[in-house]
Design a protein around this ligand. Structure first.
Ligand code: DAH
Length: 339
């Protein structure tokens, strides 16, 4: 029995030294010290020993058990430490490594300039209003002093949905909608998409953007209109921008004008950007026609107002010297990333 115990001690020692795995360690424990383990099996044979041998063997068996338990504990500790070290090594972060950069999206040039325009108007006390792109004929034409047979309707090639419903050709219907809902004094701008059945080319698109403006109060004159629009243009294009008002006709304003800015490309000489004109038209405007005021329930004897419609694309093209409007809608990153 003594040699059997010594053999167990030696075998356990050898196996423990040779394992590098915590799971194996547990198996070794069960194999030698478990209920059905080798040491337990030997102890069960103690009954066969003589009374003299029994305490000697008992003591030896206890020593062997203590030895194995101690070796198990030491080995377990060593293996756990090694495992922790390895885990830490694998999880080490090199904080000096360069980061992965993600490219951020940014605003479209139309949005950039629109945001700027809104900011300027808000600063002048205007509210921003929005309305439907699918519009009634009444708001788009009729109430704006363009009855059904009016020749000026032909100048705006309209997408009709039914006889009475259309895609708005201008943001001017927002003048009517606003005056129906609010009473003067009022100052609003209404930016948005408008639609015309035009073929696409460098200066035309079936969808584009306008910014409508409307001011109605007592005693509003053409001087207010000029002052307001000149201030806007100078804020957008710089103090030395040159503006000109040119007489024009719109059915919903009287008198009416168009506003041009002097071309930046050539300072009025004529170049490709301004098609040789020296000037770029950016908006239509005028004093709100008395008929439009009364159509909206506002007494033209008491109130007067001015209105304007800015072409957003034109504004942005002038601002950044862009000579083809299609660039705005094609989403070519080589173009968009320049802003
Ligand atoms: N709605 C006009 C157009 O699309 C532009 C315009 C002209 C708007 C004069 C106005 C205005 O408010 O007063 O051509």
């Amino acid at each position: 029995m003594k040699s059997a115990l010594e053999a167990i001690r030696a075998a356990a020692h050898e196996q423990l030294q040779n394992t590098a795995d915590l799971k194996d360690l547990e198996e070794i424990r069960i194999k030698f010290l478990g209920k059905k383990g080798e040491l337990t099996a030997i102890l069960k044979q103690m009954g066969k020993l003589t009374p003299e041998e029994r305490p000697v063997m008992g003591q030896l068996a206890n020593e062997v058990r203590a030895f194995i338990e101690e070796e198990l504990a030491t080995r377990q500790k060593a293996l756990q430490e090694a495992a922790t070290k390895e885990k830490l090594r694998q999880e080490t972060l090199d904080v000096t490594m360069p980061g992965k950069t993600r490219s951020l999206g940014h605003k479209h040039p139309l949005t950039l300039v629109l945001d700027e325009v809104k900011e300027i108007f808000i600063g002048m006390g205007f509210d921003i209003v929005q309305g439907p792109e699918v519009e009634l004929d009444y708001y788009n034409f009729e109430a704006l002093n363009l009855p059904k047979d009016h020749p000026a309707r032909d100048t705006q090639d309209t997408f009709y949905i039914t006889d009475n419903i259309l895609l708005r050709t201008q943001t001017s219907p927002m003048q009517v909608r606003t005056m129906e809902q609010r009473k003067p004094p009022l100052r609003i701008i209404a930016p948005g998409r408008v639609y015309r059945s035009d073929a696409v080319d460098a200066t035309h698109s079936p969808v584009f953007h306008q910014i409508e403006g409307l001011v109605v109060d007592k005693g509003i004159t053409m001087a207010d209109l000029k002052g307001c629009l000149e201030a806007i243009v100078k804020r957008l294009y710089g103090q030395d921008a040159v503006v000109r008002f040119r007489p024009h006709h719109f059915p919903f304003t009287e008198p009416s004008a168009e506003v041009d800015i002097q071309c930046f490309g050539c300072h009025g000489e004529g170049c490709r950007l301004c098609k040789g004109e020296g000037w770029i038209e950016i908006l239509g405007c005028g004093m709100v026609h008395p008929k439009v005021l009364s159509n909206c329930g506002i007494d033209p004897e008491v109130y007067s107002g001015f209105a304007f419609g800015i072409g957003l694309e034109r504004l942005v093209m002038g601002r950044y010297s862009i000579d083809d409007l299609r660039l705005f809608y094609e989403n070519d990153l080589r173009f968009l990333e320049q802003f």
